[in-house]
Design a protein around this ligand. Structure first.
Ligand code: E4P
Length: 303
């Protein structure tokens, strides 16, 4: 599994690249905003072009840097994609252009298909496309058919939606256990039936509340972020798509392990998660003991 870092902060990218395990960088307008604001806070100015060129250079020719377009109309998306690709790909031949799967936002009149049009045309021009904001397996399937290099299923965003539907209080970094979530849904279902035991089967069958409870533990048939990734991996496998599954919107280390278990090609994670992945109390205790047991003769050897 390839590991990308989900950040536009140069110091995080520089540090993570030193560890020899990072294969790429993913950015988006929100991540760029965070990076730019952090720089501005120090009183410095940012030359965006030079800044991104440095990221591409540091990641190098064996890696990948995802840069996102801003527009919603296919012609504009294509224009922006080509600007980004021409400016930054020559640095290390590693740029992928990020395009949203659906361009329908705030009820705009442009419609849903603009992203897809741009994805297929740009892919036809051999520009690698990372299709972003994937929330369903069928969106991923269309992106793959359009020739995308990567699809980015947003795990935490799907998890959040399901948890909100179930009224679960959660912290963003909480591990999301879909089995537990299924139990909660079934508990709610039983409770509702108990409270409505005098209704006829025909009435219950038509009862909208029941339909809501039953569907509350999924987001259009997806039971959580991991389930989304797993379903996409399976579909791509069925049809031998070459599009890589890039698990995105990752919040905790358990997701990292589970994504690897279901066979995603790539995962992109925020900087802080690397530390969490490395930490274990027993590793720390073990190391403390080793440090306490160092004998002088051995220390001398290493001077
Ligand atoms: C990755 O490519 C995405 O931009 C990223 O993971 C966004 O997810 P988040 O905003 O939910 O963290």
């Amino acid at each position: 599994m390839k590991i990308f870092i989900d950040t536009a902060k140069l110091y995080e990218i520089k540090e993570a690249l030193k560890w020899g395990i990072v294969d790429g960088v993913t950015t988006n307008p929100s991540l760029i905003k965070v990076a730019v604001e952090a720089i501005k806070k120090t009183g410095k100015k940012i030359d965006m072009e030079e800044y991104i060129k440095e990221i591409c250079y540091l990641v190098g020719k064996n890696g990948s840097v995802s840069l996102e377009v801003l527009s919603l109309k296919s012609e504009k998306i294509m224009e922006e994609a080509q600007i980004l690709f021409k400016k930054f790909n020559p640095i290390a031949n590693n740029v992928a252009i990020k395009i949203p799967i659906d361009t329908f936002v705030n009820g705009n009149k442009i419609g849903h298909y603009e992203g897809l049009k741009a994805i297929s045309m740009l892919s036809g021009m051999n520009i690698p496309i990372n299709v972003t904001l994937i929330m369903t397996p069928e969106q991923a399937l269309l992106a793959a058919k359009a020739g995308a290099r990567y699809v980015s299923p947003f795990m935490a965003r799907v998890d959040n939606r399901v948890r909100e539907q179930l009224d679960i209080n959660y912290m963003p970094e909480d591990y999301y256990d879909s089995e537990l979530e299924k139990e909660i849904a079934s508990f709610k279902f039983k409770k509702y039936l108990e409270n409505n035991h005098n209704k006829s089967i025909a009435n219950l069958y038509e009862d909208k509340n029941i339909k809501d409870i039953v569907s509350s533990n999924s987001d259009t048939g997806v039971y959580g972020g991991l389930d989304l990734v797993e379903q996409i991996v399976k579909i791509f496998d069925n049809y031998n798509f070459r599009t890589e599954v890039l698990a995105a919107s990752v919040r905790n280390k358990t997701q990292f392990r589970e994504v690897a278990k279901v066979g995603a090609d790539v995962i992109t994670i925020p900087f802080f998660l690397f530390e969490e992945i490395l930490q274990h109390p027993r590793t720390e205790i073990g190391l403390r003991t080793f440090c306490e047991n160092i004998v002088e003769e051995y220390r001398e050897l290493l001077k």
